[in-house]
Design a protein around this ligand. Sequence first.
Ligand code: S3P
Length: 444
Amino acid sequence: MSNPIIHKQRIFKKTIKIPGDKSISHRSIILGSIAKGKTEVTNFLNGEDCICTQKAFESLGVEIETNFHDSENPIVKIQGKGMEFLRAPNNDIYLGNSGTGMRLLTGLFSGLNFKSVLTGDESLSSRPMKRVIDPLSLMGANIESSEGKAPLIIYGSPHLKGINYKSPVSSAQVKSSLLLAGLNADGVTTIIEPEKSRDHSERMLDYFQSPISYHHGSLEVSIRRLEKPLQAQRVKVPGDISSAAFFMVAAAIVEDAEVELLNVGINPTRTGIIDVLTMMNIDFSIHNLREEGKEPIADIIVKSSNIKAGEIRGDIIPRLIDEIPVIAILAAQAKGTTVIKNAEELKVKESNRIATTVSMLKQLGVKVEETDDGMIIEGLEGREFPGGDASIVVIDSKGDHRIAMSSAIAGLHSAKPVEILKSEFVNTSFPSFFKYLGLSDVLR
Ligand code: S3P
């Protein structure tokens, strides 16, 4: 398939039902597979990352039925029998590009009574796993790695013990990994974070009736060993605010734009992007606030805006960490200079996202300075991205889905067409992205 090429749009008016949240879809498969009874998941994200997690549990003997024919509402039904019915996989478990899949399963499998081997693609195999291996080892887990990286060999043991862990990073993957291990650990497992990371695991573990204890907004969460099985539930996955963010920025930067985003998850641990829209003077409104399965949801309308620069730093960072590449596109269209700080975690995402975001902006002709924990972006004050000397801007996504999508959004307001290399990686989190962008020739 040829590479997508995005051309400038003067008008961008759309209504989009946002596909399911990636983090919540992963967790629905994991909890549905260890619960007793039938868990039905609607608006499941049928992207490659979550499908790897689904396949992982199928390889442990869990019956999972999928219906992805209605692309507006992919459904998954999981016939859970309880954790004790999970059996050793016959083969290595491949988790593709997914850090969430690998880190969460490492925690869960550490406390189960079998050996498993977790592998991933080139990007995942280069990402740090010590951040889960170290605390899990303190709990008594036995994990072999290749110098802290995948493949991971997990010698599961039902004799883990609870720990009190002060995490050096604000990471929902680390926290969730320990919570899942804690379900099979003696005593209490407590995790304390420096800043609050997304709390979907806490909310869903509570919804499935696990012995979890936490307060919204608190940096501390505890869980006890599971005495009775989790109870299967119906899960309606909210739309992924990280996917919605691309179209929020598209609406803000195109000259005559109005985008209505339906069914967007607005869990406060994820809404840093909304705070940034306010700070950067974006014309938006929030409607139809509601709650489903302990997660808040709303519809959001965003319009063309006079964008102002701002400073993005401190405890907002974990609440918008995945949105930074596309926020950088927004900042590059602002009046003034935007500073992004305290975002060193970007270096260990699907790519080194400080480097790949800065390189994307440079290709687009933006003045940007890379710093050790972020970047400084000089805004174009609404002028089209100029690009370089060539007649087309070519951006290598480096296999990072969020760089590919952010580059495509920039193309909507670029003086020269923007061609994206390795765009197929959008399938990890947002397979219908190019369809919603209006590029039917790159339909996947
Ligand atoms: C995720 C947590 C975040 C986020 C990732 C999904 C999750 O990673 O960047 O896309 O589902 O728990 P970290 O835990 O590394 O911050």
